[in-house]
Design a protein around this ligand. Structure first.
Ligand SMILES: Nc1nc2c(ncn2[C@@H]2O[C@H](COP(=O)(O)OP(=O)(O)OP(=O)(O)O)[C@@H](O)[C@H]2O)c(=O)[nH]1
Ligand SMILES: [Mg+2]
Length: 374
């Protein structure tokens, strides 16, 4: 039998078909056969709580699909990178102040004093600033002094208490490189960016005769109200949760001090139970494997999830426990897959995408082959 989808599964040899280069004839019944355009487009939604890595995954998809970011595209992120650096250092100084940890040296105290009053305009970061966005060399040096100080390191180890951005260590270790002129952001600089999503963004990428239309939405509480209107015509949902969020809480205003992993579990369960999603492929990305690996030794999972009985400091056991918590809600589904991901790692993500494309197409092949399913 020649594969009716001409053919992705021929590559994977999952249905035993003969790979065919022909475009399928979609004239018989079934929802996918009703509309030729729709038959070739797979609609994918990226869902999950804020800061779980949806937009980072989207950026990776674009990088992998296009073979890398152009210099012009990288340059367009300069202000964002420097803005993130300023946010990281400002929040770190505030954390040291809140924790009442004394600075280790007078130089670090002086650096904190100077940097605490830097404004975005000082670095040319506002849209209407006439001067170019750049990180002054003396500020870069002060940030290095501050970052290497014992007080900053102590608060960084307690990052969950102060909600410090995940990219704090990355940016504050690189300030002297970022201050070199001319500065062109690297892809890694861009992948570490935190820009909260306020409006849905859509990206199409193509594989054989299929178009994958991926929509990235905001995960903050206010943004989640907009999810509903995107729920029609979805073939697959990639739901992101951060493995590292088990010891973090949302701020009082956002989610009433709720544990972040508990919120992700709740959103996942609600998404699975949404009427009309029973035939939708569900793919869970357990993201931020690297952050989990770094924090698991000093932050005991059982302190936040007392029913975790695995060994302390063991990333593998912690991951398995967290995965099981999600899988419990999806037990009855045969169109559910999960992957462990590190969205900032291009090579690892490339492999995950290949597997995800296959599983999504396989679900759609079955849908096409059985005209009575809708
Ligand atoms: N170290 C590390 N950082 C990550 C990973 N995934 C995402 N991040 C970082 O986490 C931060 C938040 O990621 P985003 O992609 O903006 O999160 P989001 O889910 O789109 O958030 P909203 O748009 O608010 O819903 C960024 O600074 C990313 O660079 C990861 O796997 N490892
Ligand atoms: Mg986003």
């Amino acid at each position: 039998m020649a594969c009716p989808l001409s053919c992705y599964c021929g590559l994977m040899c999952r249905c035993g078909c003969i790979p065919s280069p022909e475009v399928p004839s979609m004239t018989s019944g079934g929802s996918l056969a009703r509309d030729t355009h729709r038959s070739h487009t797979v609609y994918i939604l990226l869902l999950g709580a804020a800061e779980t890595g949806k937009s980072t995954i989207m950026r990776q998809m674009k990088i992998i699909d296009s073979g890398g970011m152009s210099p012009a595209s990288l340059r367009s992120y300069t202000r964002h990178v420097l803005d993130n650096v300023l946010t990281c250092v400002t929040r770190l100084i505030a954390a040291v102040h809140e924790a009442a940890v004394p600075w280790g040296t007078p130089e670090a105290a002086h650096a904190a004093h100077t940097l605490a009053v830097v404004t975005p305009t000082d670095w040319g970061l506002l849209d209407d600033d006439v001067k170019p966005a750049l990180l002054p060399q003396d500020h870069a040096h002060l940030m290095r002094v501050l970052w290497e100080d014992t007080a900053a390191q102590e608060c960084w180890l307690r990052a969950n208490e102060f909600n410090l951005p995940d990219s704090t260590a990355y940016y504050l270790s690189a300030t002297e490189r970022l201050a070199q002129q001319p500065y062109l952001p690297t892809q890694e600089d861009v992948l570490q960016l935190r820009i909260p999503t306020r409006a849905a963004t859509v990206y199409d990428f193509h594989d054989r005769n299929w178009t994958f239309r991926i929509t990235d939405v905001g995960g903050q509480r206010g943004e989640r109200r907009r999810w509903l209107r995107l729920f029609d015509e979805v073939n697959a949902i990639i739901f992101l949760a951060a493995l590292s969020e088990y010891d973090q809480t949302w701020s009082q205003e956002e989610e009433d001090g709720m544990n972040r992993l508990e919120l992700s579990l709740q959103l996942f369960r609600e998404t699975l139970n949404y009427p009309g999603f029973s035939k939708t492929s569900m793919i869970l990305f357990l993201n931020k494997t690297d952050v989990l690996q770094k924090k698991i030794n000093r932050s005991d999972l059982s302190k936040y999830f007392p029913d975790y009985t695995g060994p302390r400091g063991d990333a593998r056991s912690a991951t398995d426990y967290i995965r099981n918590r999600f899988v419990t809600f999806a037990k009855t589904r045969d169109n559910f897959f999960s992957h462990e991901t590190c969205a900032t790692d291009t090579n690892k993500t490339r492999f995950v995408f290949a597997a995800v494309r296959e599983s999504i197409l396989w679900d759609n092949i079955r849908l096409f082959m059985d005209p009575f399913q809708t």
